[in-house]
Design a protein around this ligand. Structure first.
Ligand code: GLC
Length: 690
């Protein structure tokens, strides 16, 4: 059951779309919190010592969010250290795991803080800056039940084409046609599967959206075609800021039609990003949104069928006013002659405060279809609506086919339009674990198509770090290796013994029937593809404390190794399971393990998977690209003491609305395996019949 309370006059975010089973009250009588008003609203609740709090999507720290303060305010910050409070997404949904669990969704497009027992060890406080919001309280029998109700209310998630489940290679940047060709060629030469190569900002002419640099990419259309013949898709980046340049049509049209955000005096707001001075399209305006979205057609006309939307918090390097403030400070300090402590810090802070400054967000305005609204109040809707702009236009431009689309900034609601990647992480071991911990929280908030920059974006990766990270990445729907300008090149074929990489990534391709099934079934049923053990084994106190293993779909538990030089790890099994250790893609050893603690050894080229009792894992044969995958010939592995079944979801992988969709039952019973659909052939890949 969901109860919606209304405070003041909330701005409509579009996060909730289905109000069946939602009791809508215009009152402020929330049940689970005490409410304090005055300069915003504070919702306060005392929590029991063992109460865990889950959710908040893209964030630092634990799966159980207790013990820190998180702030929803989409932030372009590449240093995802523990002391941070905001990352790129703003996902205001939590579940409080008390004796009678309940969920809360705070629907407000501006800043809101969740102090989860950080200030006071037993107090959960939600602090909204603005006193206009919707406050949803969600009840249910279990955490999964509450999540399901919430997900039903916010609507189904974006579904990408099947090829977007293949391995993808990115780099800032592959700056020429030949460098793109080389990546595709070298992957193929090494026998490592690949489905996409990315085009980062350097494919554009001076970082101008919807342009292509003619010298470095003389014929993008021909290149896209040539790559597609190899089964490789090109995925260009689109940035939020539009370069101010006379004669550049996107700038000219935006300015002439009033499609850009404004400053206090009503002029087009000037900020700077990659191209220098830019304007931001007003994605909160229906006409502007449509106008910008239809520009993607320039690239789809060249055969492009995937995009990533970036810098859409929006990231601001500086504003004109901010820069003026810096010059004023510098002049004043310079006059002091001998620069002492205060002068030195004044200079440092003046520069440090230039980027992504709240002052700039407060000085920017939207035309929300007739209503002028300060950006700061609706900050968290910007990236969301940039992606909505693309998705809605792509529905018109490519109505019959799914397009790959994901964003950096997001708010709940955007999950219907695209996926997200989790931004600029680092080549740090701790970020493997952070990647794992975010997955269930993101799923709770509707973000199913998601993944991290594998190998780490900033800093130099190492062979072992990349291998260990890939061994987690083979399970995430978006599996993309990406790295920053100036860092070590981290394409898999560059490292010694590339067969280890080939093995891991080929295993990913073997898992695609399972991952695609679990993704789609989770979406249709409002379930989470990745769940903390606490959700499935709630009565088990040990399981409730596990923060480095996850349930994946209905059959698997994953437990990657994430520490430098570790040759294995401890795993907690909440029930008896079949431990399958893949050694590359084709070899594995399987062993029954009892509920309890175990130490497992895992080599750098190995992947541990745990299959629940009486469940089956379907695998297909690996292929160089998803287009060459035979999803109709499957092997089953698992363990049964009677009869086990797997419900396979399949469709044609590309059409929209989905065609060829079916659920097929695969079974293992009395020593043999079978399928209830003649077009899906199954064989026994190693089922243990007790
Ligand atoms: C931002 C993105 C990153 C990209 C870079 C250059 O930092 O998060 O993925 O490579 O911009 O476009």
């Amino acid at each position: 059951m969901i109860f919606r309370h209304k405070f003041g006059k909330p701005l409509e975010t579009g996060a909730a779309v289905n109000f069946d089973g939602v009791e809508i009250a215009d009152d402020e009588a929330v049940e689970y919190f005490t409410v304090e008003k005055g300069g915003g609203i504070r919702f306060r609740r005392r929590l029991g010592e063992d109460t865990a709090v889950y959710g908040l999507g893209e964030n630092v720290r634990g799966i159980n969010k207790r013990g820190w303060r998180y702030v929803s305010y989409c932030s372009d910050d590449p240093m995802h250290t523990e002391d941070k409070q905001s990352l790129y997404g703003a996902h205001n949904f939590i579940v409080v795991d008390e004796e009678k669990p309940f969920g809360v969704f705070v629907d407000i497009p501006g800043r809101v803080a969740f102090d989860v027992c950080a200030d006071k060890y037993d107090v959960l406080e939600i602090i909204a800056e603005d006193d206009n919001l919707y406050f949803y309280e969600i009840t249910g029998d279990s955490i999964s039940d509450i999540v399901r109700s919430f997900r039903a209310m916010i609507g189904k998630s974006y579904v990408p084409p099947l090829w977007a489940f293949g391995y993808q290679q990115c780099r800032w940047s592959y700056p020429t046609e030949d460098s793109v060709r080389e990546v595709a060629r070298e992957y193929k030469r090494a026998g490592i599967p690949i489905d996409a190569v990315y085009l980062d900002i350097d494919y554009m002419e001076q970082y101008k959206d919807f342009t292509v640099d003619k010298e470095r990419f003389p014929d993008l259309k021909a290149l896209a075609e040539e790559m597609k013949e190899e089964g490789v898709h090109l995925v260009p980046i689109i940035d939020a800021g539009v370069k101010i340049e006379k004669g550049y049509d996107v700038y000219e049209e935006g300015a002439a039609n009033g499609y850009f955000c404004k400053d206090e005096s009503g002029d087009d707001y000037v900020t700077a990003v990659w191209p220098g001075k830019t304007h931001f399209p007003d994605f909160l305006n229906t006409e502007a949104r449509r106008w910008f979205g239809l520009k993607y057609k320039r690239l789809t006309d060249m055969g492009i069928d995937g995009f990533w939307n970036d810098m859409n918090e929006p990231a601001i390097f500086y504003s004109e006013k901010g820069l003026e403030r810096v010059w004023t400070t510098l002049d004043a300090v310079k006059e002091q002659g001998n620069i002492g402590m205060s002068g030195f810090f004044a200079v440092r802070d003046a520069f440090g405060g230039l980027m992504n400054s709240e002052r700039d967000y407060r000085a920017m305005y939207h035309n929300m279809d007739g209503e002028t609204v300060c950006h700061h109040r609706v900050h968290n809707l910007y990236g969301y609506n940039m992606t909505r702009s693309a998705a809605e236009a792509l529905d018109e431009i490519r109505p019959d086919e799914r397009t790959l689309l994901f964003s950096r900034a997001s708010y709940i609601g955007m999950h219907r339009y695209g996926g997200i990647w989790t931004g600029d992480n680092q080549s740090w071991w701790s970020h493997i674990l952070m990647n794992l911990k975010m997955l269930p929280s993101l799923n709770m908030c509707g973000f199913l198509y998601t993944g991290a920059d594998l190998g780490g974006f900033g800093g130099n990766t190492t062979r072992d770090l990349l291998l260990r990270w890939l061994a987690l990445g083979i399970f995430t729907p978006l599996m993309r290796n990406h790295s920053a300008l100036g860092t070590r090149n981290q394409e898999c074929y560059r490292f010694e013994n590339s067969d280890d990489f080939k093995g891991l990534i080929s295993l990913r391709y073997r898992l695609i029937p399972y991952l695609y099934s679990e993704f789609n079934k989770s979406n249709e049923r409002g379930d989470m593809m990745f769940r903390p053990l606490a959700f499935d084994y709630h009565g088990d106190k040990r399981a409730r404390g596990v923060e480095d293993q996850l349930m994946l779909g209905g059959e698997l538990m994953i437990a990657p190794v994430y520490e430098q030089n570790a040759r294995g790890r401890y795993v907690y099994l909440p029930e008896d399971m079949l431990f399958v250790l893949f050694d590359g893609a084709d070899r594995f050893e399987a062993k029954r393990l009892e509920k309890g603690d175990h130490y497992i050894e895992v080599g750098l080229n190995q992947v541990p998977v745990f299959i629940r009792r009486n469940r089956l894992l379907p695998l297909c044969r690996a292929a160089q690209t998803t287009s060459a995958l035979d999803r109709n010939t499957l092997e089953l592995i698992g363990w049964t003491n009677g009869a086990a079944e797997y419900e396979l979801y399949t469709d044609d992988g590309i059409s929209k609305p989905v065609k060829g969709k079916k659920l097929v039952r695969l079974r293992a019973e009395n020593g043999s395996v079978g399928s209830d659909d003649d077009s899906i052939a199954v064989s026994d890949g190693g089922v243990i019949f007790e």
